[in-house]
Design a protein around this ligand. Structure first.
Ligand code: CMP
Length: 140
């Protein structure tokens, strides 16, 4: 086990419903620490670059539309095995398939409006954290 950092995004469906605090309580209660945080409106270019890995997928355009439709909260979570732990707390990408008690089960509206994003590997966590933040922003 190692202390890791992972990128978390609270998506526009959740900022619209004013539930960012409820979502972050889940991370904090599970032992993850928010060591950087910013509320922003993603530009189209930022959304397309961030989700570049999905650029050939049929849902890419709708995903970028959705992620630019309102404010998001980008943040860095730190803790033991933070990458996998965050994904466990979030639950399955599709809220319909997510386990009880996960964020996506409790707050997600659809596979697209699924309230949160989390990095899926150490390589992507590094890329995604530094997509939004620099070392001086990370205050552990
Ligand atoms: P996220 O973890 O942000 O990574 C890519 C996002 O694409 C994913 O969560 C979903 O919200 C969104 N998405 C929309 N449609 C699909 C789909 N059919 N399969 C996977 N992800 C999808």
């Amino acid at each position: 086990m190692a202390i890791e950092r992972t990128l978390s995004i609270i998506k526009p469906d959740a900022t619209r419903r004013n539930i960012t605090g409820k979502i972050n309580a889940r991370f904090e209660e599970a032992g993850l620490k928010i060591i950087a945080q910013r509320r922003i409106r993603l530009s189209r270019t930022q959304a397309e670059q961030f989700y570049e890995v999905h650029s050939e997928r049929p849902f890419f355009n709708d995903l970028c539309d959705f992620m630019t439709s309102g404010p998001v909260v980008v943040q860095v979570l730190e803790g033991e095995s933070a990458i996998a732990h965050n994904r466990q707390i979030m639950g399955n990408t599709n809220p319909a398939n997510a386990d009880a008690g996960t964020i996506r089960k409790d707050f997600g509206e659809s596979i697209e409006a699924n309230s949160v994003h989390g990095s899926d590997s150490p390589e992507n966590a590094r890329r995604e954290v530094y997509f939004f933040f620099c070392d001086c922003d990370l205050v552990g």
